[in-house]
Write a protein that binds this ligand. Structure first.
Ligand code: AHG
Ligand code: MN
Ligand code: MN
Length: 338
């Protein structure tokens, strides 16, 4: 007889976990469920994209000056609808919206949480059938009442109540943390349920992957150039030379590094000193997951989660992975800035 262990669904898991927070009233549980529901719908659209000709741009540019893809817009609307209807969230900040979207209808007004999100990450990869994702950050609101405001969203990552991402890959996974480790759930598409598949995720040791867009090499700071050289040197004792892997979707690159062991780097450059990635809804949530998985996330000089955000869409250089790998980049960056 084949022995099967019991399947734990995402819903069961978050309800079980709620009991670890004695004062919890289930609002965060419901909010995470709302995100999971929207993710399933986005997943369905992504899978059907080639069939229904939803691919391609709609011609409008988002506030970063990038052309929006149809699926970016769809995913954004889907998450906003789910969060607004769920009633636990009083405002969101999204890559696709210049300003905070504040919910103030009779249901959502009482929401205690705000969400910052990148509804579709890696969207330039969609037509190549490469993995893409959704990234989310959840904070407790700091204002007292009414619709949430920018003040609720401009909080440092250390204040996060939860964060996570969904990866739409060869399978679809939801990975999240509420500050007690990281757990991953794989979507069973036949029944539409996320099942616990990766309990207590940690960066593995040893790790030997580095992920960076080396095409920008000439514009990198000296410390990063030296780190790339370091990765390529021959030293079997430290598992070098490392392997280079770069997809161009933050979620997919980070997820692979979390599973297989590696560092992700998106440095500032001479042209863009703060790099490309956005602090609120790309760096912070991924940094939170990285730390909860035993790793580290830095802008090269400072812990990402300690940065006080000033604007919704601000960018930051980003280095994340196993602690000792990030320590090495920091060392080289700091040496070269003196
Ligand atoms: P988005 O699709 O949300 O705009 O994000 C794209 C980001 C991120 O996913 C990835 O790490 C990075 O862009 C890749 O940038 P380069 O093409 O400059 O390497
Ligand atoms: Mn992104
Ligand atoms: Mn995006």
């Amino acid at each position: 007889m084949v022995h099967r262990s019991k399947i734990t669904t995402l819903t069961e898991f978050i309800i079980q976990r709620q009991s670890e927070y004695p004062h919890a009233k289930g609002a965060l549980t419901r909010l995470l469920n709302d995100i999971a529901t929207a993710a399933k719908i986005v997943n369905r659209e992504i899978n059907a994209a080639g069939l229904v000709d939803i691919l391609g741009t709609i011609g409008k540019e988002n506030i970063q000056g990038e052309t929006q893809k149809k699926l970016d817009v769809f995913a954004n609307e889907m998450f906003i609808t789910a969060l607004k209807g769920g009633g636990e969230c009083c405002a969101i900040a999204s890559e696709e919206n210049e300003k905070v979207v504040s919910f103030s209808n009779e249901f959502s007004e009482l929401g205690k949480y705000v969400v910052a999100m990148d509804p579709l990450d890696g969207s330039s990869n969609i037509e190549a059938n490469v993995s893409i994702g959704t990234i989310f950050s959840i904070y407790r609101r700091v204002t007292e009442a009414g619709g949430g405001t920018q003040q609720d969203l401009l909080q440092p990552g250390v204040n996060l109540a939860a964060a996570g991402y969904i990866i739409y890959g060869s399978s679809t996974m939801l990975v999240y943390s509420t500050g007690k480790g990281v757990n991953g759930f794989t979507l069973d598409p036949s029944v539409g349920i996320f099942c616990l598949s990766h309990p207590d995720m940690r960066f593995p040791e040893p790790a030997n992957i580095y992920s960076i867009n080396e095409g920008n090499y000439i514009h990198f700071p000296e410390g990063v150039k030296q780190y790339i050289k370091y990765c390529q040197e021959n030293d079997p004792e430290t598992f070098r030379p490392y392997t280079s892997r770069y997809i161009g979707s933050l979620v997919a690159d980070f997820h692979r590094n979390l599973i297989k062991g590696g560092i992700f780097l998106y440095p500032g450059t001479t042209k863009n000193p703060n790099g490309k990635l956005r602090l609120l809804y790309e760096c912070n949530p991924i940094a939170y997951i990285a730390e909860q998985a035993g790793g580290k996330a830095s802008n090269g000089f400072k812990r990402i989660l300690n940065i006080d955000p000033e604007t919704l869409h601000q960018r930051s250089p980003f280095y994340t992975g196993p602690k000792w790998m990030v320590d090495k980049v920091e060392e080289l960056l700091q040496q070269n800035s003196e």
